[in-house]
Design a protein around this ligand. Sequence first.
Ligand code: NAD
Ligand code: IPM
Ligand code: MN
Length: 372
Amino acid sequence: SDSYSLLILPGDGIGPEVMTEVVKVIDWLQANRGLSFDISHGLVGGSSYDAHGTPLTDETMAKAQAVDAVLLGAVGGPKYDDLDFSVKPERGLLRLRKDMDLYANLRPAQCFDALADFSSLKRDVVAGLDILIVRELTSGVYFGEPRGIHADNNSDNEGGRVGINTQRYTSGEIRRVARSAFELARRRNNKVCSMEKANVMESGILWREEVQWVRDNEYPEVELTHMYADNGLMQLVRKPGQFDVILTDNLFGDLLSDAAAMLTGSLGMLPSASLGKPMANGRPKALYEPVHGSAPDIAGQGKANPIACILSFAMALRFSFDQGAAADALERAVEKVLADGVRTADLMGPEGGTPVSTSEMGDRIVAALAQA
Ligand code: NAD
Ligand code: IPM
Ligand code: MN
């Protein structure tokens, strides 16, 4: 069968720990399901800075552009807090997203039944939950110009400095990510809720108008509603079941997806896919990564939950490798292991129990895959 090229960038902190478990899954699929991956490894974030003085080398960037999919663990950590802004670990990840033009970040939040009691919200609020946040990922205040920290001595300004970031969206940037959200909604429950702050930001007014335009002209059968993002976040924790697809900008999407994580029981559960324009083979440029970070507080202790990273690879199987059946099987294996009561430390409920290590969680998921 076809061979797919995959670039693995484990990154920092728990990134390499959770990635080790994904590699077990890949190895198993190659040995037992006839899949074939052409895998290369690279550095990103602090680990790249330590080796090369930059959080992403041009070589690794070029490799990321050339492969069918990139799989990333996490970047960052306290060791790098005092680095110059331009070489901070996070800049490596942001460059990957920007240069690959990965404008649609899909962050599904699904509450597995076995975890409904582990959410910080009540079981009946989260049971059966299945929502999808579509976050714009290449623009907005993360990238807008002007930006920077400058001297500002012209006013009565204690400290004499000013920090600037600019929220900026073009109509084209809004329309293309809106299309992604509507396309995805069509394959789900046909509902999109778009979130901005059109009450205080012109970019929010434009966002609302352009999303509505795409809906009216191209997706009239999809139900579209609009919410101010502050209310939206409140609604997300009040009654998350009212949502199907949430479409939002780069910064609001970052906040909303971390909050959505707690609907599923743990930040260690949330995968993501960052998709760009189709390549020559028709599939999108793509990077897959868990929503969580490098978790310095638990790094190196074998405590990290590898499920977010494993489910991110399941998204790669589905969106980049045309392996929907393998993706389904992997998701069912995760569900089975959770139903069997296997828990990493982040999934310990009020009644406690003995957590398994990162490595054992990976082994159990591979074993469940083998039984399926
Ligand atoms: P974090 O997501 O790393 O951790 C937040 C909390 O969630 C911590 O208590 C952590 O232990 C827990 N947690 C996260 N993932 C977990 C997992 N898989 N299993 C169990 N528990 C998990 O966020 P932070 O502490 O604010 O950031 C730490 C570093 O990570 C920073 O440098 C930040 O910039 C970076 N970061 C990177 C990414 C990324 O690479 N995509 C995302 C978010 C944060
Ligand atoms: C995420 C992270 C990143 C973001 C950081 C590490 C650049 O928080 O992927 O959610 O803010 O987008
Ligand atoms: Mn985040």
